[in-house]
Structures are given as C-alpha cells and as structure tokens.
Design a protein around this ligand. Structure first.
Ligand code: SF4
Length: 406
C-alpha cells in the first residue's frame, strides 16, 4: 500500500477519485504524492475545499505539470496557514464521548515527570510531577493528546486512592498535577477522589496537588486543604465552542472557580492553548476582563499561558481520523521535537494578553509560560530564569507563600 493511502482514508469518494486521477495523469515523485496527500488530509480536516478539485479541473491546464502543481499547492497551503484562522463559517459536529464506561482498577500509581523535553532545556519547564487519578477523558478537545495515549473510551479510576497514596514515599516539597491523563474534575468526587487527595494533603503540608479542569465544579460540601489547588483551563469562547467539545462554557468554568474561591480554596487559570484566530485579541482580553471582574489577585495562585503544540503522532492521527478541526491550520514550525507556532506569533499573543492585566494582578499572581521557549520569557513577562530548576524553586516559593497566607 502506498505510504500516503492512510492519509486519504477520511476523504469522500469524490475527493479520493480526484486525487487518484491526478496521480494517474501527472508524474509525481513518491515524496510529492505524500505531500499532496498530507495537504488534502489537512484541507479535509479544516473543512476547506480540496485543492485537487479546482487546481486540476477539466478546463484547467495549469496544474498539468507536476512541479507547477506542487508550487501552486504550497503557495495555497502557506497562505491558509499564515493567516489568522477563520472560524466564522466553521461549525464542526463531534460525537459525544461517554462518561459511563468506567473501570475501577488497581493500576500502579506513580509520580512521574512532566513529559516536556528537558535535554538542553529547549522549553522552560516548571518540573511538574504528575499523578494519574483517572486515565482517559470523557471530553473531546480536538487538540487533545490524551486520546492518543489510550485506546477505547473506557475511563480507568484508581481504586483505594488514599491507601495507595499512603504508599508513596516523597521527600521534600513536590508540585504534582492530576490533569495530564484526564480532566481532574471529570467525576466531581463521585469516587471519593477529592476526599482522598484532601486527606493525604492534610497529612502532607509540604506537598501541592494541582487539579486542572474544563468541567463545571459542583457545590462541594467540604472545605479543602489550601495546598489542593483548583485550576481551570480557559480559552476564547470561539475556541471553546468549536474545538473543546462537550466541555463547560467559559462562564461555567469561571463560576466554578468563583465557587471554589468562596469555599476558601486557591484557584488558578491556564489560558492554554491560545489559538491565533480572527478575533483572538478581543476574545482573550475578554477572558482577562472576566478574571479581573470576578476575582481579587489574592484569590488566584497562578495564571499560565501557552499555545498549540503537536507531536507527529497526534498530527497523523488527526489527519487519518478526519474529524473537523482548524487547530492545525497554522504554520507548523519545528519546536523542541514537536510543531508549534513561529516564535513571533507566540510573542504577539502572550505579550498582548499579559500586558492587558492590570498592575495588581501582574504583581500578586504567579504568571508563567507553559512549555515555551526560554527566549520568550523576558520579552513577554519581563522576567526569566536561567534554568528549569530556578523556575521550579521560584514557583514553589510563590505558591507556598500564598498557601500559607490563608
Ligand atoms: S479536557 Fe483535557 S484531557 Fe479531556 S479531552 Fe480536553 S484536553 Fe483532553
């Protein structure tokens, strides 16, 4: 089977036939065929017109030469990728995933390192550790890499969580996240997971556990220890609606955070992944306005910013599945073994958003860039660290200062 065949799997028969006819009539190298198939898979994913359908029409002699066809295709793709993504006429329909297929199991519970690349420190990383309280998610964010790790829709929930936590031997201070293999508030304590984490943290004030969610939090009946941090991933409303399928709206996420702050917990926000789309500036500033309207700086522990990053395997999976999404309609610049926006685009977005926060927020909240190039820090946040270790230590210092103030 030719190497490009899988990429065309999700295309309609009509589109496949067009490409087959193109390959029959024009002599392309194997690499050129692969490039055409990748581009057609991307156009299909973005719900854009197939290039082969208009550049290789009956009356169009212009595409009859292989080289000219490839040049025209590159120009077309590059124009789409470099512009701000247009979501105005894009309305993808995604099937819901189920939360009902749950397996309570005793998988080994490990504290593992955040998977971002450390060698050479290409990205500035806070050395977060991760703990998988659940595995797999019931939401359907188009850019999610969690679904590339696990096959099937079944969600595993760790049985006897507190007993298992008690077996961990952790010396010193640790910052642990539970939102890497699922959504931390997916079940809203249905399996006693928040009780288990709280009891464990009450016995271990030297640890910080950070929950990360796009779900609506229920009205919990208990107070949580201050070192259990409730954070929400926030995004522009357009991106939530068109790319973060079946998650809570921006309003519901913020009101959930408000409820937790009223309950005495510290909250935080990951404005991540920021997408470079038509209207990005106004919509991300609206997110900032809402944060400032609903919270005081003392209630917020951290605000992070980050953009889209894709591994080769996630890009391949998205192209082959063909579920409509425009998150990959961007310049895919190689970055730390993955693909992301060019640095200039990232700088424009981070700088704009960070500088829109008022002084009391910038001065009293720990802001950082998540998994981004060290060179962006100074330009965007007017601070930087020499190493990941320095970043980790400063973050923990700020976090513990605020936790202990409560
Ligand atoms: S909420 Fe998080 S884990 Fe769940 S689908 Fe979205 S990105 Fe993936």
């Amino acid at each position: 089977m030719p190497s490009y065949e899988n990429l065309l799997r999700a295309l309609s028969e009509e589109k496949k036939n067009n490409i087959k006819r193109l390959f029959d009539e024009i002599k392309f190298t194997e690499m050129e065929r692969l490039e055409i198939a990748k581009s057609e898979a991307d156009l299909n994913l973005w719900d854009e017109k197939s290039f082969a359908s208009f550049a290789f029409g009956k009356n169009n002699k212009d595409g009859r030469d292989g080289k000219r066809y490839i040049e025209a295709l590159r120009k077309y793709m590059s124009a789409l990728r470099s512009e701000e993504t247009d979501y105005s006429s894009f309305s993808p329909k995604w099937e819901p995933r189920t939360k009902e297929r749950v397996k309570i199991s005793e998988y080994p519970l490990f504290i593992t390192e955040c998977p971002c690349p450390k060698d050479g420190e290409e990205t500035r990383c806070c050395n977060l550790n991760t703990l998988d309280v659940f595995k797999q998610c019931a939401f359907n964010c188009s850019y999610c890499s969690v679904q590339a790790f696990y096959s099937g829709n079944e969600i595993e929930v760790r049985e006897n969580l507190k007993k298992e936590l008690d077996t961990l031997s952790l010396d010193g201070t640790w910052h642990i996240g539970t939102g890497q293999a699922s959504d931390s508030l997916l079940f809203n304590n249905k399996y006693g997971e928040l009780d288990a984490l709280s009891e464990y943290l009450e016995e271990h004030p030297e640890l910080i556990i950070e929950l990360k969610s796009k779900n609506e939090a229920i009205d919990y009946k208990r107070k949580f220890p201050r070192n259990l941090i409730f954070t929400w991933s926030l995004n522009a409303e357009t991106i939530i609606e068109k790319e973060e399928h079946y998650t809570a709206s921006l309003d519901k996420r913020l009101l959930s955070a408000r409820r937790m702050a009223d309950n005495g917990s510290l909250v935080g926000f990951h404005i991540h992944p920021m997408v470079y789309f038509k209207g990005w500036e106004d919509e991300y500033i609206h997110v900032k306005d809402e944060i400032e309207r609903l919270f005081s700086p003392e209630e917020i522990l951290m605000v992070s910013m980050g953009t889209l990053t894709f591994t080769k395997s996630v890009l391949k999976k998205m192209r082959e599945e063909g579920r409509k999404s425009r998150v990959t309609e961007m310049e895919l610049s190689p970055f730390a073994g993955k693909y992301s926006y060019p640095l200039d685009t990232k700088m424009k977005m981070f700088k704009t958003l960070y500088s829109s926060f008022s002084d009391p927020f910038r001065e009293n909240i720990f802001f950082y860039l998540c998994l981004e190039a060290p060179s962006l820090w100074d330009k965007c946040l007017k601070k930087s660290y020499k190493s990941n270790k320095d970043f980790e230590l400063d973050m923990k210092k700020h976090y513990f200062d605020k936790i202990n103030r409560g």
